[in-house]
Design a protein around this ligand. Structure first.
Ligand SMILES: NC(=O)c1ccc[n+]([C@@H]2O[C@H](COP(=O)([O-])OP(=O)(O)OC[C@H]3O[C@@H](n4cnc5c(N)ncnc54)[C@H](O)[C@@H]3O)[C@@H](O)[C@H]2O)c1
Length: 384
């Protein structure tokens, strides 16, 4: 297949490397970024022999009649127009998660994607990790009984957590909030495991650690606290030609922002299952984990450590499972997603994740409304 990539940042790097390593039969024929310098550096760095066509306007890239598929890795706020035009062009699509940065824009994409005759997959890589595949098979087989309740969390360690306060994600209008940009993955996976739609959402949250401080400098390199600050970032050599992310040289305490950095969300699903979910950007460790209480057993899972513990309710010893180390990013999910995409494009089942993408984003948006208005939000309110 002939592939075009739109948006050459941190995420496109993962696609480019995986495509060039594991899917050599498919070819990246074109790349696009609005930043000309990045476009040049990207092609120079990743394409040693045959160079792809380069564009600063995605509309021009889409005109190429050789294209079979596009991968859209622009920031969350820059998905809608590109994916709508890609659907008009009638190509297979991978659109990075979250589907968009606002409920309205997400709904526009979903309405257009309903009934789309080509594949449109969201970058929900967690679904394709061996651990989630194992959990899904276990739950669907009935061996652990029915799910009753889930508690889960994503916890970010200092360097990862603070990076969001130096990037576009720190503005709600660009990311739709931290829960949307960071945790729509988990909300999607949990809904996938529960197998039911979202009914109600209630949340609390605040900006707890990245708040204004006096006595610090605008840039880490000039800061009197540069050797002691947990979030100190060495920007030396940062603007090199081989870095493709969007970190800004600013203090994470005093950077302008309107997102929160901790949130606890309660979700009730249509089938009665309840979820308590936490996003913490103030964690010591980088973890993604949870407990699934089922009628026959409790499952404790730890995505980061690739472990599952199944504790029978009643007689019987716990079962411990450790899955092998993954070969690609996101616990193997990056590779798994591409495998599924090509399998679908080559005649497998038609993949259309637009509804899943919409629900994950609207659930996160419901959390934002709940925090702002101090009330429980009926999911149906957001579907109109
Ligand atoms: N699936 C995952 O696990 C995962 C992980 C990280 C990021 N993401 C998602 O991937 C997307 C990209 O994130 P990132 O971290 O790579 O961002 P980034 O800021 O590093 O890169 C985005 C690139 O898109 C370019 N761009 C912006 N508007 C454009 C336009 N209209 N046309 C062409 N190029 C444009 C920017 O210049 C930049 O180079 C986001 O939606 C993000 O949430 C998903």
């Amino acid at each position: 297949m002939n592939i075009g990539i739109i948006g050459l940042g941190a995420r496109s790097v993962a696609y480019t490397k995986n495509l060039q390593t594991y899917f050599k039969e498919h070819k990246i024929i074109s790349v696009c970024d609005i930043d000309e310098e990045r476009l040049t550096n990207y092609v120079e760095f990743f394409f040693k022999d045959e160079k792809p066509d380069v564009y600063t306007d995605y509309k021009e890239l889409l005109k190429d009649t050789r294209l079979d598929a596009v991968i859209i890795t622009t920031p969350d706020y820059a998905h809608r127009e590109i994916v709508l035009d890609a659907m008009d062009r009638d190509v297979h699509i991978i659109l990075e998660k979250p589907i968009e940065a606002s409920a309205e824009r997400a709904l526009d994409i979903y309405r257009r994607a309903k009934g789309y005759k080509k594949n449109i997959m969201l970058g929900f890589v967690l679904r394709y990790t061996p651990i989630v595949e194992r959990l899904k098979a276990m739950i669907d087989s009935g061996e652990v009984g029915e799910i009753v309740s889930i508690s889960a969390s994503e916890n970010l360690a200092p360097s990862h957590s603070s990076s969001y306060m130096r990037r576009w994600h720190r503005y709600n209008r660009y990311s739709g909030g931290m829960m949307n940009t960071k945790c729509c993955h988990d909300i999607d996976v949990i809904r996938f495991l529960v197998g039911s739609d979202v009914k109600k959402v209630s949340a609390i949250g605040r900006l707890g650690i990245y708040t204004h401080r006096d006595g610090v400098a605008e840039h880490c390199c000039d800061c009197p606290e540069k050797d002691t600050c947990l979030y100190s970032f060495n920007y030396a050599g940062y603007k090199s030609k081989t870095r493709f992310d969007c970190m800004e040289d600013i203090c994470v305490y005093n950077s302008e922002k309107d997102v929160i950095d901790s949130e606890s969300m309660l979700v009730e699903f249509e089938n009665g299952v309840n979820l308590a979910y936490e996003l913490s950007m103030a964690s010591a460790e980088e973890t993604r984990k949870g407990t699934i209480n089922c009628t026959k057993a409790t499952i404790e899972y730890h995505v980061t450590n690739r472990t599952i513990k199944i504790i029978p309710r009643g007689d019987g010893e716990p079962i411990y499972i450790t899955l092998p180390e993954a070969v690609s990013g996101h616990g193997g999910g990056d590779l798994g997603l591409l495998k599924r995409f090509f399998a679908c494009c080559e005649g497998g089942a038609l993949a259309n994740d637009s509804y899943d993408g919409l629900v994950a984003t609207l659930t996160c948006m419901a959390g934002e409304i709940s925090i702002a208005e101090g009330r429980t939000v009926d999911f149906g309110e957001l579907m109109n």
